[in-house]
Design a binder for this molecule. Structure first.
Ligand code: SF4
Ligand code: FES
Length: 563
């Protein structure tokens, strides 16, 4: 007899003989996954509506038998358990949600036949492109042909010919012959981006995916269609033919475009990054990310990258540069311009340097229009980190007007600029000429050109660290590739500089710095770098509830209502 629900919101279902309690309404494909049973599928996607058009997820379904007259369970005399009424025809798993007593069979001869039949239909017109197809290594058609297909073809007719290498937009290339008409890309565009741009034309085996007349797949989320296309029909124009995916190392990272902090995976080989894709986090970005965040890795090898430690325009050693910088800073009248793009650890060390020097510290606001999906109005990934570490106590502004006035008044003689271009933040060339500048950063700018000391550091792809996103979710990013030659880890630079200006001598690795952070910052107490979960950890941000953060609503964020 079926077990009663273990909890009020849980229902017990039986999948291939295994009972499991799942939240009511759980999709059968997801419920099966929980007991380690794979229900193959193409059109189903956990973050899109269910359409049930590929038929790959067919399963046998049954419900406990009840006597219609007495409403009592019908007991099977051979087993002594409640009889299960199995439906005579297979049903789609994706279109069924868990209900009390639901029985599913995925491993019967009928289901094996169904899957072989569906695979055969899908493959009759599919080109034999696999050796040159970019999807090889992550193609559901390949995987499921191996796992559930017949293993040989009975098809002797001519395959359909459809458009190949169609540019659907600036970043997405379509090979229509490979499309299995799952409609994931259509639903994603319509449901998530609200850009109804894709559709099918023609019927039967002539059905073809295309853009609506006069439209292009050009929204800033277009590459998500490539991620969710289960076959090689949609490919990234940038990544196409660059590298086989099985050669690539995957490293967890964070999109630094805005305070949303979409979770990402950086794919690299031998120190070179080839692509960035989204990493599922149901609390932040679901399974999506913006196209604009996928090209950020190009900054790693950009021509403007700083690769030489300089003092007064001459290449020098790190020790010399640090002691020169310390001398300038210890002379007094210092202002520190930190960054909302720096990690929590870097901001923590910057705050310590500011305290040691008794210098004012600020960061630069970077604002843009939010897209209500995964890009917020705050284009810094870590404004909240600067608040939590105490580097700043108020929201930043985009222009350093107070600093400009202090320089003009002769109150500031030296500026320590970290990853911010002071000229872009409003300081004039004349003002830059009035002060000594110590610049710690990754790329050349007007500020690095004007600086007396330049300490090149690492991009987010070359180091470990954490950011705090708009939800006060502490999220970590990991080193995907080694730093470029000539650049020093920011933590090395900042800890050395801290010691050189008279502060404590701290170990430079991120784990050790976290020991200090968790000991000193109350909202981060008890945390260690290693213990931060892959999907991040929400910390207490109530101390900043009164601040008027600029963000509007995004996918999983609603700004607190202001009274
Ligand atoms: S292009 Fe890919 S995602 Fe779109 S319908 Fe075809 S198979 Fe599905
Ligand atoms: S996944 Fe169920 S019909 Fe496609």
């Amino acid at each position: 007899m079926s077990q009663p629900p273990a909890k009020p919101d849980l229902v017990t279902v039986n999948i291939d003989g295994k009972e499991i309690a799942v939240p009511k309404g759980t999709n059968v494909i997801e419920a099966a996954r929980l007991v380690g049973v794979d229900v193959p599928h193409y059109c189903y996607h956990p973050k899109l509506t269910v359409v049930g058009n590929c038929r790959m997820c067919l399963v046998e379904m049954g419900l406990p038998a009840v006597d219609p007259a007495t409403k009592q369970p019908v007991v099977d005399p051979t087993t002594g358990k409640q009889k299960i009424n199995w439906m005579p025809r297979p049903q789609i798993g994706c279109g069924t949600n868990a209900m009390p007593g639901l029985h599913i069979r995925t491993n019967t001869p009928q289901i094996k036949d169904c899957r072989e039949g569906v695979m055969e239909f899908l493959l009759i017109n599919h080109p034999l492109d696999c050796p040159i197809c970019d999807q090889a290594g992550e193609c559901k058609l390949q995987e499921q042909a191996t796992g559930y297909g017949r293993g040989y073809s009975r098809f002797i007719e001519q395959k359909n010919v459809k458009p190949k290498r169609t540019q659907l937009g600036p970043r997405v290339t379509l090979d229509d012959e490979r499309c299995v008409l799952c409609s994931r890309c259509i639903r994603f565009s319509k449901e998530v981006v609200k850009d109804d741009v894709l559709g099918f034309i023609d019927r039967g085996s002539y059905s073809t995916l295309t853009c609506y007349p006069g439209k292009q797949l050009e929204n800033n989320y277009s590459l998500n269609t490539v991620d969710i296309c289960p076959v090689g029909a949609l490919t990234s124009t940038d990544f196409r033919f660059k590298m086989r995916v099985w050669f690539l190392k995957q490293t967890n990272s964070i999109d630094t475009e805005s305070s949303v902090g979409a979770n990402t995976v950086v794919w690299s080989r031998e120190g070179q990054i080839y692509r960035i894709t989204p990493r599922r986090n149901d609390e932040v970005n679901d399974t999506w990310m913006a196209d604009s965040g996928r090209v950020l890795f190009k900054q790693v090898r950009d021509d403007s990258r700083l690769t030489a430690i300089m003092v007064n325009g001459q290449p020098t050693a790190l020790d010399t540069a640090i002691s020169t910088a310390a001398e300038l800073l210890k002379a007094g009248n210092v202002a520190i311009v930190g960054s909302g793009r720096s990690s929590v650890e870097e901001q923590f060390l910057t705050k310590k340097i500011a305290d040691e020097l008794k210098a004012s510290a600020q960061i630069v606001a970077r604002a843009g229009e939010g897209d209500k999906i995964l890009i917020s109005a705050d284009r810094n990934p870590n404004t909240r980190g600067a608040l939590v570490t105490g580097l700043v106590t108020k929201l930043p502004s985009a222009q350093l007007t107070e600093l400009a006035a202090a320089i003009d008044a002769g109150k500031v003689k030296t500026v320590l600029a970290i990853n911010e271009d002071l000229a872009a933040a409003g300081l004039s060339a004349a003002q830059l000429a009035k002060v000594k500048i110590v610049y710690i950063g990754t790329h050349a700018s007007v500020t690095s050109d004007a600086a007396q000391v330049v300490l090149p550091t690492l991009t987010v792809f070359e180091k470990n660290g954490t950011f705090i996103n708009q939800q006060f979710r502490l999220q970590k990013f990991l080193e995907a590739v080694p730093g470029v030659a000539g650049a020093t880890n920011d933590l090395d630079v900042l800890t050395n500089l801290l010691t050189a200006v008279g502060g404590a001598k701290l170990l430079t690795d991120v784990a050790s710095i976290w020991a200090s952070i968790s000991a000193e910052i109350q909202s981060l107490a008890g945390l260690s770098f290693a213990a931060i979960p892959e999907t991040g950890k929400v910390i207490d941000g109530s101390a900043f509830a009164a601040l008027a953060f600029p963000e509007g609503e995004t996918l999983h964020f609603k700004p607190a209502a202001k009274s």
